[in-house]
Design a protein around this ligand. Structure first.
Ligand code: ADP
Length: 235
């Protein structure tokens, strides 16, 4: 299997506290990887080290995809866009950040691909929650990255909007872009992820496809497995 990103033994310390301990994570083309675990487990820190936003205190990240800044896209914030610019203007502005000029046809294609064809001239602030989330994803795709990172992409959305975001993630992956996302919704993770990585207390405690994980741990659902793996954790 070819691999685009290979993180080995990542460690992050804040003062005397080690918040990420020897985490391994690989990403292959077109694959959807879910990173799950309790709040404060080290998921975001791990993704930020892989993205080069935070410097690891140990381990290394190998990129097999050219310039990682150009080949990765990330949406780690809830509403990253400029609220008073239209959806199309936001896309053009974000493309400019990457030094990419978007043709009107490419803007239309991106909006269409993210289910926002009718929203090109709508101010971002006026879009629905689900549309805003899909715009956030479109903004991370302007430069055609090979790997897309999303932090809780479906959090706080209604069921229809969640489904739309799930379908968008599947489409992005089918077109060859790997997607790495975090989520607390185990049902969603089971529906969407090809591979699930449980990070608990800074460590990878279990990893594999949903089916492999359930079989290996004898758990009826991913939620049961989550509860079992996090038993005794402070909440
Ligand atoms: P998760 O994404 O799983 O919720 P994080 O990676 O955000 O977890 O955080 C892991 C731990 O590191 C948490 O205990 C958090 O409080 C701590 N942490 C994160 N960023 C910093 C920082 N800049 N300084 C000190 N501690 C931090």
């Amino acid at each position: 299997m070819s691999v685009l990103i290979e993180a080995r033994g990542l460690v992050k310390r804040y003062g005397a506290r080690t918040v990420v301990r020897r985490v391994d994570l690989t990403v292959a083309p077109g694959e959807i990887v879910a990173v799950v675990g309790p709040n404060g487990a080290g998921k975001t820190t791990t993704l930020e080290m892989i993205l080069g936003i935070r410097r690891p205190d140990g381990g290394r990240v190998t990129y097999r995809l050219g310039d990682p800044r150009r080949e990765t896209g990330a949406q780690l914030q809830a509403t990253p866009f400029f609220p008073h610019l239209t959806a199309a203007e936001n896309l053009q502005l974000f493309a400019a950040f990457y030094g990419v000029r978007l043709s009107p046809a490419r803007v239309a294609e991106l909006l269409e691909g993210c289910g926002l064809a009718g929203a090109a001239r709508t101010e971002a602030a006026r879009l629905s929650g689900g549309q805003q989330k899909r715009l956030a994803i479109a903004l991370a795709l302007v430069h055609r990255p090979k790997v897309l990172f999303l932090d809780e992409p479906a959090a706080a959305l209604d069921p229809r909007a969640r489904r739309e975001v799930r379908e968008l993630i599947r489409r992005v992956a089918r077109e060859g872009t790997a997607v790495v996302f975090t989520s607390h919704d185990m049902e969603e993770v089971g529906k969407l992820a090809h591979r699930v990585v449980f990070i608990i207390d800074g460590e990878v405690r279990a990893a594999g496809s949903p089916a492999e994980l359930l079989a290996r741990h004898g758990a009826p659902t991913l939620e049961d497995l989550y509860l079992r793996l996090t038993e005794g954790q402070e909440v």
